[in-house]
Design a protein around this ligand. Structure first.
Ligand code: ZN
Length: 152
């Protein structure tokens, strides 16, 4: 699948230090193995890819890239350990395509520069894959800058 990237999105990629090829690869992987979230009431998908120091997300429709965001924090896992009781009242608007399960809104532990704190994530109850929404990624970016300034 050859994704269309508008000039606006291209600039956003550059701002985030992400290459077009990286985003294309993330989408190709997601399309081939189903490791992605799909909107329950639409045709948008979220795919995720990681490098050593960056977790990147691509939001896309069947024809074009819609949004891209990234965070440097690493997600350690669910806050409080494994998913024990699955309560469907905290289900999100996304489903894990691979498992055909609705992703749940759960706190996950995120760590950066030695500081770990919980933040909201989207978690598949079956494969335990974590995703972060666009809005949360923005908050993480702010938190990352604060930690970087403290260090500097
Ligand atoms: Zn899953």
């Amino acid at each position: 699948m050859d994704i269309k990237i508008t000039e606006e999105l291209d600039n956003l990629l550059k701002d985030n230090g992400i290459k077009k090829e990286e985003i294309q690869e993330i989408i190709d992987n997601a399309e081939s193995n189903g490791s992605k979230l799909e909107a329950i009431d639409g045709d948008l998908c979220i795919a995720k890819g990681c490098t050593d120091n960056l977790t990147m997300y691509a939001v896309y429709s069947p024809s074009e890239l819609v949004d891209v965001y990234a965070h440097k924090m690493s997600i350690l896992g669910l806050t409080g350990g494994e998913l024990h009781d699955v309560e469907y009242d905290d289900s999100s608007d996304w489903k894990c395509v691979k498992c055909d399960e609705i992703a749940l809104e759960r706190n996950v532990d995120m760590t950066y520069m030695g500081v770990t704190r919980p933040g909201p994530g989207l978690v598949c109850p079956k494969c335990n894959e974590f995703y972060v929404s666009d809005g949360v990624a923005k908050t993480l970016k702010t938190a990352e800058s604060i930690l970087e300034e403290k260090r500097a």
